[in-house]
Each structure stands twice: as structure tokens, then as C-alpha cells.
Design a protein around this ligand. Structure first.
Ligand code: F6R
Length: 250
């Protein structure tokens, strides 16, 4: 695993944005899978700006959804779809045909999962996956204890996820389950970047990166990925004994 510790959120976001744009420069038909949430928000904004300024065309890329809140309609400003539409798809002019997101309102969620598994298989695999980490160590909605063998699935959300998840919604919102790619698909992505920022993530980052790997800490999977890169800021690294690895971080 490569570990890059950046001095602050802005610098972390700049470097993550660069990694995104470089991926598409070297492979214009890249298959991309992006987490939503507060952590990668600025990286996506900067990536879109950089792509526009440098005329890097994302319109041949395919986008795969990482996860979604079950029962939350797409127009809801807290949905993962709404986030990606605004920060990624609209600025980069991505056509709907190139976007595969979970329909979390579907009456047949199992079918949604199989459709997603097939969509990924048809693309030939995800080239770059960007994930965040929950306070409980989840990635996507792979909650502690989940089997690393799962593909897309529906999962009952952990209490921590249910309460922290409220921050994305404009009013109190009933949340219960998530629909998510499985850890198998996280591990199968060709390149995996895990981002974390802020002191509130320091404890979970220390556990994920330094404690023995087990199913109770899904984010630990970053260490088993052959192209895994943890990109974090100094606040999130506050409890780590590990040092930043090459290339040198700022
Ligand atoms: C959301 C997702 C989640 C978040 C995680 C961290 O699509 O995959 O796993 O990445 O909950 O969220 P933030 O970045 O808001 O702290």
C-alpha cells in the first residue's frame, strides 16, 4: 500500500484530483467508481475544473455507482446520485448511457445488485475506485463484519452510519439500509484510492492501516490491494506510526 500524507484537506484534494485526471488522460475510456460524501467533495470539484481547463475529455468514461441509501429518491439532495450528478456528471458532460447507478427505489433490489455486477463485468472492470472511510471503518456501505467475498448487495446499516448519515440530508430522514458494491469489487478495481481527512478520522485510520486486518474493519482492505493508495491529511494521520511513502507528499 502506498501512503501519502498531505498537510491539509486542500492539498489532499488537489492530489486526488490530479490522480483522477491523470487516469483519464492515460485512458480516456476509463471506468470510474467514486464514493460520495464530504471527504472527496473538493477533489471532484478540482478534478472537474482541471479537466475543463486542460481540455481532458471525460465523456468516453463509464461511471459505476459505489453505493446508495435504500428508499431515498434520486431528487433528494442527500442521495448519492444527486451528489454525483452535481459534482461530477453535469460538469463533465457525462451522458446517462455511461452512468450506472443503483436505483435504490427499485422494488427488486437484488436485481439492481445483479444488474450492477453485470454492468461492471461488461466494462471489463473498474480502473479507478475512490473510497472514503466511515467512522466505523466502512467503505461504500460495507459495514463492519461484512464478508469480503460479497459482490453488490443490500445491507442493514450500522447505527453509526445511520446517525452520521443524517448530515447529508436537509431534514431528519429515515435511513435503514444501503445498497453497495461489495468488498470483492473494491478489491478487483485496478487502482484503489482511499481518502480520509480530519481528526475525527484519525482513530479509524490508525486501526485500518496498522491493526491486524479483519472483517470488523472493512477499510483495512486497502492494505491488501496491489494498487492501494491511502491519501490522507495530517489530521487524519495524527495517530499513525506509519510514515508517508514515495512519492513524497507535501
Ligand atoms: C459514500 C460512501 C461512504 C463514505 C464514508 C465517509 O458514497 O461510500 O462510505 O465514503 O461514509 O463519508 P464522509 O466523506 O462524508 O466522511
Amino acid at each position: 500500500m502506498q501512503l501519502n500524507i498531505f498537510k491539509d484537506y486542500q492539498t489532499l484534494s488537489l492530489h486526488a484530483a490530479e490522480a483522477i485526471v491523470e487516469t483519464v488522460k492515460s485512458k480516456p475510456t476509463a471506468v470510474l467508481c467514486f464514493a460520495t460524501g464530504d471527504t472527496p467533495r473538493l477533489a471532484y470539484e478540482l478534478a472537474a475544473k482541471k479537466a475543463i481547463n486542460e481540455k481532458v475529455d471525460f465523456t468516453l468514461c463509464t461511471f459505476i455507482g459505489l453505493d446508495e441509501w435504500v428508499g431515498i429518491p434520486e431528487q433528494n439532495t442527500g442521495s448519492c446520485r444527486f451528489f454525483l450528478e452535481n459534482l461530477v456528471f453535469q460538469p463533465l458532460l457525462i451522458e446517462p448511457a455511461r452512468i450506472h447507478l443503483f436505483d435504490a427505489m427499485s422494488a427488486d433490489l437484488d436485481r439492481e445488485c445483479r444488474k450492477m455486477d453485470e454492468a461492471i463485468a461488461e466494462t471489463g472492470g473498474i480502473d479507478l475506485m475512490i473510497v472514503g472511510v466511515g467512522l466505523n471503518g466502512h467503505i461504500g456501505f460495507n459495514e463492519p463484519g461484512v464478508s469480503p467475498e460479497l459482490y453488490a448487495h443490500v445491507i442493514n446499516l450500522d447505527n453509526i452510519t445511520l446517525s452520521t448519515g443524517q448530515k447529508y440530508f436537509s431534514g431528519a430522514t429515515a435511513l435503514k439500509q444501503g445498497i453497495t458494491l461489495g468488498l470483492k469489487q473494491v478489491l478487483q478495481s485496478k487502482k484503489l484510492i482511499l481518502m480520509a481527512s480530519g481528526t475525527k478520522k484519525a482513530k479509524v485510520i490508525q486501526k485500518a492501516l496498522e491493526e491486524p486486518i479483519n472483517n470488523d474493519m472493512p477499510a483495512g482492505i486497502i492494505r491488501t490491494h496491489p494498487q492501494g493508495q491511502a491519501m490522507i491529511d495530517e489530521d487524519a494521520a495524527a495517530l499513525l506510526h506509519l510514515q508517508s511513502t514515495a512519492p513524497a507528499s507535501e
